[in-house]
Write a protein that binds this ligand. Structure first.
Ligand SMILES: [Zn+2]
Length: 342
């Protein structure tokens, strides 16, 4: 009897441990008060190098490397990436490859072929599928391709042409890609909205992040757009593993908040809690402007965002934090040439 009690207790404890491994505790549910304290950028300005690690490349018509970075007066590099749900992967792949050849400051994330997600068991046995996986793995060994993304597990429609995406962590293609990335110690840029159409998916979304980080510890996991949550949840996510990072963007405060997502900038100021977060986590944050380069892309608007929002924000931080976030972390995480700006 004693043995039975002991073994039942053992079973209960092990079940508890098993379940609790991926039991992310949401620290604070959405949303913080939009009118809370902010710090003005004032005349602060960061003049150092910038690596923008998250720039979408929607259409490739005739965009030249010079057009992307050539006319900007301060040192800059970009990592271009395809957009989830838009199926021009291979064409973009070739264009980014060419752009990288013509400028040492342009890199890309390899296409993720999100069309291979959510297919039938039969499809996953086909040669065409295995060839795609091979292609992804081959790309990862090339200089221009510094990771994979943007993959979206959860994405709601927030504007024209945007897809609605919901993918399970256990999805076969997603798991196969995670295995490849883990084998190559490579980067995954992940979009994972915790609130969809004003319904909280926070618990599931954060559990998935914890699963990726713990089951695939070699992957450098980038939570795009500050994980679209508040600083408290993001802190807990970053603390899961030294290989979890995040990128930030400038959003329109009202619009972003209307989707239940958390903005960091308000007009020409940064929320005070986010400023403290940036200082504390300066080795884990990168710029990911999320701008979209397409046929009607206006070079001048992109430059203006860097000049009016991003550089003043970085200038508000200490010099070392600004440099970490501005470019040093990206060099380390994406394994780029440290002499790129010399
Ligand atoms: Zn995104």
């Amino acid at each position: 009897m004693q043995r039975l009690v002991a073994s039942t207790l053992g079973l209960l404890i092990s079940t508890f441990i098993c379940n609790s491994v991926f039991a992310f505790e949401v620290q604070e549910t959405c949303c913080r008060d939009k009118n809370r304290s902010t710090i003005d950028f004032k005349d602060n300005y960061y003049y150092g190098p910038i690596i923008d690690t998250h720039v979408h490349f929607v259409k490739s018509y005739g965009i030249k490397s010079n057009y992307i970075i050539g006319t900007y007066p301060l040192p800059q590099a970009v990592i271009l990436l395809p957009t989830p749900g838009i199926t021009e992967d291979r064409k973009l792949n070739n264009t980014i490859k060419k752009l990288h050849k013509s400028s040492k400051n342009i890199f890309g994330l390899c296409p993720t072929y999100m069309t291979i997600f959510n297919q039938s068991d039969e499809y996953y046995k086909k040669e065409a599928y295995l060839n795609k996986l091979n292609e992804i793995e081959t790309n990862l060994s090339q200089e221009w391709c510094v990771g994979i993304g943007e993959i979206a597990l959860r994405h709601q429609i927030k504007g024209d042409y945007q897809p609605h995406i919901k993918i399970n962590y256990s999805n076969k293609a997603f798991q196969d890609i995670l295995k490849i990335l883990n084998k190559h110690n490579s980067v995954l840029d992940l979009h994972n909205e915790p609130i969809l159409n004003n319904v909280s998916h926070e618990k599931m979304a954060f559990d998935d992040i914890e699963k990726i980080a713990k089951n695939y510890p070699n992957i450098k996991l980038i939570l795009s757009h500050t994980a679209m949550t508040n600083p408290q949840n993001l802190q807990k996510l970053l603390d899961i593993s030294p290989n979890v990072y995040t990128n930030f963007k400038h959003t329109k405060t009202k619009r972003w908040a209307s989707f239940g997502l958390e903005p960091i900038i308000k007009k020409a100021s940064i929320y005070e809690d986010w400023l403290m977060f940036f200082e504390k986590n300066s080795k884990k944050i990168m710029l990911g402007s999320d701008r979209k380069f397409m046929r009607n892309f206006k070079r001048v608007i992109y430059g203006r965002i860097l000049d009016k929002k991003i550089r003043p924000l970085l200038g508000t931080l200490s010099k070392s934090s600004a440099e970490n976030i501005g470019y040093r972390n990206a060099i380390k995480v994406y394994n780029l040439n440290p002499q790129m700006f010399d």
